[in-house]
Design a protein around this ligand. Structure first.
Ligand SMILES: Nc1ncnc2c1ncn2[C@@H]1O[C@H](COP(=O)(O)OP(=O)(O)OP(=O)(O)O)[C@@H](O)[C@H]1O
Ligand SMILES: [Mg+2]
Length: 112
């Protein structure tokens, strides 16, 4: 299994959620986060100017997926969160060792 963690723009959440649920994903976690990327929170970088870094609010979407669905799910998130403007976000992928569905005790992919 893999844990897919996407940092996205707030207004893209519905598109990402709809894309994932249409693909049959049964759960996801969303968290409000703050961060910065290459522009360090600024729209423009002026040569020679030293700006303080600004944290920009984003949403973090976490979804656990079976290995064989990883590329499909990453594609769905990338397409649905994409505007082409700076700050569209990033997708990080972790190995996920196990999962437990608390109500039933199911483990691994059965728990997803
Ligand atoms: N290397 C990183 N490590 C952890 N989080 C990151 C990293 N890069 C970006 N993020 C997170 O993703 C958010 C959006 O990043 P952003 O899309 O601006 O990245 P970028 O590399 O600057 O790309 P772009 O040039 O398209 O803006 C950041 O606010 C931060 O929360
Ligand atoms: Mg950026």
């Amino acid at each position: 299994m893999k844990m897919v963690v996407a940092v996205i723009k707030h207004f893209k959440l519905d598109d990402v959620k709809d894309g994932l649920s249409q693909a049959g994903i049964q759960g996801m976690t969303v968290t409000e986060v703050k961060g910065f990327g290459r522009q360090k929170g600024h729209i423009e970088i002026y040569r020679g100017s030293s700006y303080e870094i600004r944290f920009i609010p984003k949403l973090k979407v976490e979804v656990a997926v079976p290995d064989e669905r990883l590329e499909e799910i990453v594609q769905i998130i990338q397409k649905s969160a994409h505007t082409g403007e700076i700050g569209d976000g990033k997708i990080f992928i972790y190995d996920l060792k196990d999962a437990v569905r608390i109500r039933t005790g199911e483990r691994g992919e059965d728990a997803l």
